[in-house]
Structure formats: structure tokens, C-alpha cells
Write a protein that binds this ligand. Structure first.
Ligand SMILES: [Zn+2]
Length: 206
């Protein structure tokens, strides 16, 4: 199951994925430390086994240090966003937002890698375009996709920030559209959607 939390000034979705048979859990995009996240994890007796940043932007990574230490969990990010993560706290300052410097990632993810959470196996899909190292996480049995800032409800991520590229982003979105229509998409901002809905109604992709 997926539990969502809206955190920070940019209303970022932080998700906790729970494998209900084992109570193992994964944190996706801890945008910042938020008591409701801690309360959910602690009161449910979850064992956090993975923490992933879909990309390096400050609104998705501000809680990295706190949750990595609290739950003694390895931090994972896409291979091509590892460098950018070193500067994320400096980028945040430009927006007048203070976040602590992220710890170095423990795991660098490449396309086709698998992340296990209990019996669930998330496949890493490298989806550059919003950032060079953006990734999505796909669980084919559960039919869940964490899409970061690549694909939103009837929208796509910005391509005009450093490292962004429109054509490359479109290619990544088209790759996501090869997934089954009934896959539920949990984006980095806004409400969930489904692949089939986006294939029909996303105005950015023709
Ligand atoms: Zn972003």
C-alpha cells in the first residue's frame, strides 16, 4: 500500500510504500522532515529498508539526512543525479529555503536495477528530461509507478531548469506510456493518476 504526505513549501508528495506481508517500507522523496511521516512509520511498526530520491531537487531531498540516520536506511538516487545532490542545499538557498546538506547516496541506481521492499520488487526506469538523473520506480505486480517530476496528472515536469531538456523528457514520458493502462501513477506533486488516463488526456504528449 501507498501512503502519501504533502511536505514543504512546494507541496511535494513524499510517499511511504509498505509491503503489508512483511511490514517492510520504502520512503520515496523525503522532501523534508515531517512529524506525520515519523508518526505513520513508528505507529505502524514499519521497518524502513529503502529510501529513494526520484531526482536531486531540494523539495524532494530535504529529509535525506534526518531519515537516513533515524531509520539507518541506505539512500538511493539515480546515477546521473548524484553530482547534483551535492549542491542541492546551495540551490535551495537561491529560493530562500534552508535544507541541510544531503548525505552522500549509498546506492546509485541505473535503468533496469531492482529495489526490493519485502516481496515487492521495484524496477528502476531512467527517465531523464526534468533532470539528467531522474528515475521512476515501477512495481509490475502491484501496478504502481512513482513518477517523480517526470509525469503528473495531465501534465509533465519542467524542462527549463538546469539539466532539463524537452525532447528528452518527452521520450521518457513516451517510455512510461508503454506500461499497462491500469498502472497507478504517484507523482512528485499533485494527485495520483493512471497511465491509461495520461495516454488519453495528457496535453503534452501527442
Ligand atoms: Zn523537480
Amino acid at each position: 500500500m501507498v501512503e502519501g504526505f504533502v511536505v514543504g513549501e512546494l507541496f511535494t508528495n513524499c510517499y511511504i510504500y509498505v509491503d503489508e506481508k512483511t511490514k517492510e517500507a520504502m520512503i520515496v522523496d523525503p522532501g523534508e522532515r515531517d512529524e506525520s511521516i515519523d508518526a505513520f512509520i513508528d505507529s505502524s511498526g514499519l521497518k524502513v529498508v529503502a529510501m529513494v530520491n526520484t531526482h536531486c531537487h531540494f523539495d524532494h531531498v530535504g529529509g535525506n539526512g534526518y531519515y537516513r540516520e533515524k531509520y539507518n536506511v541506505p539512500l538511493a538516487i539515480g546515477y546521473y543525479d548524484a553530482n547534483c545532490l551535492k549542491r542541492t542545499h546551495l540551490e535551495a538557498k537561491i529560493f530562500g529555503i534552508e535544507i541541510e546538506q544531503s548525505p552522500e547516496p549509498d546506492i546509485l541506481l541505473n535503468d533496469g536495477d531492482t529495489l526490493s521492499v519485502g516481496f515487492s520488487k521495484f524496477k528502476v526506469i531512467h527517465t531523464p528530461g526534468h533532470t539528467p538523473g531522474s528515475i521512476c520506480l515501477y512495481e509490475p505486480t502491484e501496478k504502481i509507478l512513482f513518477s517523480g517530476d517526470t509525469l503528473f496528472f495531465e501534465s509533465v515536469g519542467r524542462w527549463d531548469l538546469p539539466g532539463g531538456n524537452y525532447e528528452i523528457l518527452m521520450d521518457s514520458v513516451k517510455r512510461l506510456f508503454e506500461l499497462p493502462d491500469d498502472v497507478v501513477v504517484y507523482p512528485g506533486h499533485g494527485e495520483p493518476t493512471q497511465i491509461g488516463h495520461e495516454k488519453m488526456h495528457n496535453p503534452f504528449v501527442k
